[in-house]
Design a protein around this ligand. Structure first.
Ligand SMILES: Cc1ncc(COP(=O)(O)O)c(C=O)c1O
Length: 401
């Protein structure tokens, strides 16, 4: 595609680009079509019906009866909203170093004037419920106001067990709020806001929801809403109460991202038509086949705990002395295939295969074929047979949809 200013966005002449990074994910045609309507008056009656419908539908996706607030912002905005609505300057929060995104959320909390106790991690394991329980039991003063966890660490392909973390907080009898980032899990990994007693769920549009970037969400428990009445961190744009009041009639406190909401309406319909249980099973099945390929190549999966493998993405360690970025360059230039890069601590050491969102057996097989060919072209030592192993896994695990 060439823009009027001469900038070439895509030098590849034919075929579709394979966007197999772990988000933004491929936007299905059905959603693209749905967004291709004229923008309407965001204070008019038609908009109220659209707003009401997406706000109701979102509750099913988050599995909650609580309000879900929608921001015209990327996921980072919803992270900030979760913190500034519930906490006060100087409050202490417990966070777990699962990877790059947990580290960014921690930095944000510190910038906002919170004190963070960061449980160190090796970027290969999930947040540990036993450690959280011990720290909460030891917290006789009840200093921790919140426990903040990234459900699916997009940088590492490790999924933490939110239900177990809830049980740990309950076992310690601690009143801390539970704040969970589901930016790369909502709509692709089983998640239950109410059942797991989460106080604020943070999510974004551009991954499991199959939308372009630009929307983010906070699902808000009654306890979190109560905490927000005392919370003193400065906030205006992010304030939940303005949203919840306007949302009652399907409207927003400021100009909403109308066309993204058209897309969200369609995304919710698609997820509910497929059935959330089927959506999650589909992701598990593709993840298992992707891992079969990685093992077939003789490469190492970054996640060191098989119980906590991510259904949404797989991060793969490069053999010592080989550059993940040089390999990804070959995949992009030769096969028009984008793979996720390693972030911060694991930069150039891993590549990430996104297998989430609008994705089927052949999307996976094409992606894995591109990887196997690129490993060869880039001179990365590996065994042949990863693609074959993935095919066998898919055939053995039943229907493709
Ligand atoms: C788990 C997680 N949290 C937070 C973010 C930040 O979201 P955004 O880049 O949309 O601001 C991302 C982005 O990929 C993410 O994967």
């Amino acid at each position: 595609m060439k823009l009027s200013n001469g900038l070439a966005l895509n030098a590849h002449p034919s075929g579709r680009h394979f966007l197999q990074i772990p988000g933004p994910t491929n936007v299905p045609d059905r959603i693209l079509r749905a967004m291709d309507y004229p923008t309407i008056d965001h204070r008019g009656p038609e908009f109220g019906r659209l707003g009401g419908s997406v706000l109701r539908g979102l509750r099913e996706i988050f599995r909650t009866r609580a309000p879900v607030v929608i921001y015209p912002a990327s996921g980072t905005g919803a992270w900030e909203a979760a913190l500034v609505n519930t906490l006060s300057p100087g409050d202490t929060v417990l966070m777990c170093e699962t990877g790059h995104f947990a580290t960014l959320w921690k930095k944000m909390a510190e910038r906002l004037g919170l004190v963070v106790e960061f449980v160190a991690g090796d970027w290969r394991h999930a947040a540990d419920p036993a450690t959280i329980e011990r720290m909460l039991v030891d917290d006789a003063q009840r200093r921790y106001r919140a426990v903040c966890v990234v459900h699916n660490e997009t940088a590492t392909g490790v999924t933490s067990d939110v239900a177990a973390i809830r049980r740990a907080i309950d076992a310690a009898g601690h009143p801390a709020l539970l704040l969970v980032d589901t930016i790369s899990s909502l709509g692709s990994v089983d998640y239950r806001h109410d059942e797991w007693g989460v106080d604020v769920t943070v999510a974004g549009s551009q991954k499991g929801l199959m939308l372009p970037p630009g929307l983010s969400f906070n699902a808000v428990s009654a306890k979190a809403l109560e905490a927000s009445r005392q919370a003193k961190l400065p906030r205006s744009y992010w304030d939940w109460h303005d949203h919840i009041a306007a949302n009652e009639r399907g409207y927003f406190p400021y100009t909403p991202a109308t066309n993204l909401l058209y897309g969200l309406h369609e995304a919710i319909a698609m997820l509910l038509e497929e059935g959330l249980a089927n959506v999650f099973a589909r992701h598990e099945r593709h993840a298992a086949a992707a891992r079969a390929a990685v093992r077939g190549w003789g490469l190492e999966i970054l996640c060191a705990d098989p119980q906590r493998y991510s259904p949404a993405l797989t991060a793969v360690l490069m053999p010592e002395g080989h550059s993940a970025d040089a390999f990804r360059k070959v995949a992009l230039e030769r096969f028009n295939l984008s793979l996720g890069q390693g972030l911060s601590k694991v930069a150039d050491k891993v590549f990430r295969i996104g297998h989430l969102g609008d994705f089927n057996d052949l999307t996976l097989m094409a992606t894995l074929s591109g990887i196997e060919m690129s490993l060869g072209l880039a001179g990365v030592p590996h065994r042949a047979g990863g693609v074959q192993a993935a095919m066998e896994s898919l055939v053995a695990s039943g229907a493709g949809d």
